[in-house]
Design a protein around this ligand. Structure first.
Ligand SMILES: Nc1ncnc2c1ncn2[C@@H]1O[C@H](COP(=O)(O)OP(=O)(O)OP(=O)(O)O)[C@@H](O)[C@H]1O
Length: 212
């Protein structure tokens, strides 16, 4: 479903490789967690996987297509560390706006992700007025509203309270159960326990090392 082959990345000719010959395959219904210390290249890898950055060498395929194609974008949901919501719009307006981009008629009240994450009470709050954790929940709902087949999520648990961590854990398990392919990154070792069903890798000196 999501595959990286022979991916290398460096940002400048005169600097070292951030990623060295990384290969990764995430099948439907499977989760992959990529850990590593700050600056090890997790976000770089995630951005390459979702087509927001180009590898220096190598290729990525999403459902057999280049990540730069509309077909790949249609099946992909992305949650990055920074918010992709419009601060001046309410959560509801943001979700409706993004749904229109996908050609979907959307009713937040019928969205189980909104319910699982407890977002209902904030639907009419402007995104710019939300705390970090609630904004993150809203970004997760945004990323899932078009029912993607692949979810890429950068640091899923960072900034979330205990209830939200549990809710997100349950949600990710359910998404895997329904056949979604999920790739997550985290700088924290604790993510390995939180995502116990995921295959786990660590980036060491640019290489992806399987740890589970
Ligand atoms: N746009 C960029 N231009 C130049 N160098 C970059 C760029 N983005 C990242 N880097 C460098 O690439 C390396 C990996 O950074 P990256 O953000 O991918 O690491 P990370 O593991 O996600 O870190 P963190 O856990 O702190 O988020 C770092 O040395 C960083 O300075």
């Amino acid at each position: 479903m999501l595959e990286a082959r022979g991916v290398w990345k460096r940002y400048d000719w005169n600097r070292g490789w951030v990623l060295c010959d990384v290969g990764l395959c995430v099948e439907p219904g499977r989760g992959v967690l990529v850990t590593g210390p700050n600056g090890s290249g997790k976000t770089t890898l995630l951005r390459i996987l979702v087509g927001l950055a180009r590898p220096s060498r190598g290729e990525v395929l999403i459902a057999g297509q280049s990540p730069y194609t509309p077909g790949a974008r249609r099946v992909l949901g992305v949650v990055l560390h920074h918010s992709l919501l419009y601060d001046e719009l309410t959560v509801r307006e943001n979700l409706e706006y993004y749904a229109r981009l996908y050609g979907i008629e959307y009713r937040p009240e019928e969205d189980e992700v909104v319910e699982i994450l407890g977002l209902g009470r904030y639907l009419d709050t402007r995104a710019g007025e939300l705390s970090f954790g609630w904004k993150k929940r809203a970004n997760i709902a945004r990323a899932l509203l078009h029912r993607p087949r692949v979810l890429a999520i950068d640091e899923p648990f960072t900034g979330l309270d205990d209830d939200a961590v549990e809710a997100l854990r349950g949600l990710l398990e359910e998404l895997l159960h329904r056949g979604m392919a999920v790739v997550a990154t985290s700088p924290q070792k604790s993510a390995e326990e939180l995502l116990e069903g995921f295959n786990a890798y660590r980036i060491e000196s640019g290489k992806l090392v399987r740890i589970r």
